[in-house]
Design a protein around this ligand. Sequence first.
Ligand SMILES: [Zn+2]
Ligand SMILES: [Zn+2]
Length: 275
Amino acid sequence: MPIVRHHVKSGWDDIGMRMQHLWEQTLDWIGDDGFKLYVYGMNGWNIVLYWTVGLALLFLEMSDWPKWLIRYKIQPTVTVDRKRLTSLIALNLFNQFFVAIPFTIFGYYVLKFQGTSPPIRELPTLTRLVVSLAIIVVIQEIIAYYAHRMFHHRLLYKWTHKVHHEWTAPIALTASYNHPLDHLIVNILPTTVGLFLTNAHFFTTWIWLTWATLRALSDHSGYNVLKFLLPRRHDFHHQKFTDCFGVWGPLDYLHDTEKLFQKNVASLKDREKSN
Ligand SMILES: [Zn+2]
Ligand SMILES: [Zn+2]
């Protein structure tokens, strides 16, 4: 056994060494200036990713194509109202350029002030990467659930979160269709607080934000394709407003805010069985 273990260990070490080498080569090519990497690199990457996937899904939605995809539509009778697309695109761009980018600049200077960030050139170990991501997922779940519920309070809802709920049948690009304050507190903070608390490496931040962007797009896509990401949950939240405030759902279970959703899932299963 020790021999096998030794091989496994050296296998991981080997991958780690190669990754480190590749990372250094990439930084030699793009530069390792912290401000440029965090502000231009991270935002540029996320904006391109968001619009590429979001617009591609919008195109498929508007053209009712391909046929196999239509079977996965969560609300199959609803079509996109073209008249709403201008405000959808405008608010997305506003949030990216006037909320997300200023927040990244602020975050960068907080990191610089703290001075404890791991050196960019030295990749985190696999264990550190996995443990950091696990903590970040838990922190996101907790803050997202309570912040989201708070924005459903009648005093806040009317002038903030109501905007996001204009879309009762969401499409991918409604992921950042929020009042700017709502975008900052319900979308950005839950996703990023964990990065500060775990003193995340730039590489961890990049992996996490890529994941979070894709997850938000899937949650709002209106398609139940990536079932393991539970897109029905958030889609149902847009339909009913009273259930499914969390990302994965443990706090909805704990606070009993998924009763209607569970009933809906049960009736869908019954319908599938009888067909
Ligand atoms: Zn939403
Ligand atoms: Zn909501």
